[in-house]
Design a protein around this ligand. Structure first.
Ligand code: APR
Length: 176
């Protein structure tokens, strides 16, 4: 499998990406907040929150709920809920993996080709970046193999540190 064309790691504000799907790092109330969640809601406009409130009563950790992209350039937003880091012995690894897996499966069902992820759980929720990047890599390679329609997965990192960690973690498959 050639991943070089399918995976991109960039340092960028995710709200600016022109992709089919932007993934949000939401909370289980789907109530909005700071970080990337706040940025996505601001960029999308208030109708996105209206849709969330109208359709859903929150979302379990490890799952995602979708809305339209409104003023974003993306067609849809998947509001994924990652785990809060509580030391690593409370299923955090599995739940983070499920959150990504859930998004890739939704994307397959929706038959979309391009998706952009932030580093879910790696901000306020405190999941260690290095550990998260390893999990993200494993599930991403697995899902690219499984869902042949996936054309591009873009990891949008916000800090130099996160960008470097992702680059190192994916180096063997991306030849950089
Ligand atoms: N584009 C890309 N990445 C961003 C952006 C942005 N515009 N803004 C922040 N980030 C990065 C952060 O630097 C961090 O690495 O997104 C990553 C995830 O951080 P958080 O947004 O804090 O998400 P998370 O750790 O999953 O915590 C979720 O935060 O704001 C609340 O409502 C949200 O309660 C939920 C919690």
């Amino acid at each position: 499998m050639d991943y070089v064309d399918k995976i991109k790691i960039i340092k960028v504000d995710i709200t600016k990406k022109q992709v089919d799907i932007i993934v949000n790092a939401a909370n289980k109330e789907l109530a909005g907040g700071g970080g990337v969640d706040g940025a996505i809601h601001r960029a999308a406009g208030p109708e996105m929150m209206d849709e969330l409130k109208e359709k859903y009563k929150g979302c379990s950790v490890g799952e995602a709920r979708k809305t339209k992209g409104y003023d974003l350039q993306a067609k849809l937003v998947y509001h994924a809920v990652g785990p809060i880091w509580r030391g690593g012995k409370n299923n955090e690894d599995e739940l983070l993996r499920y959150a990504y897996s859930y998004c890739y499966d939704l994307m397959y069902i929706d038959n979309f080709k391009t998706i952009a992820f932030p580093a879910i759980s790696c901000g306020v929720y405190n999941f260690p970046l290095q550990r998260a990047a390893k999990i993200v890599k494993e599930i991403t390679l697995e899902k690219i193999k499984e869902h042949k329609q996936i054309k591009k997965v873009i990891f949008c990192l916000f800090s130099d540190k996160a960008f470097e960690i992702y680059q190192k973690t994916f180096a063997d498959v991306l030849n950089n």
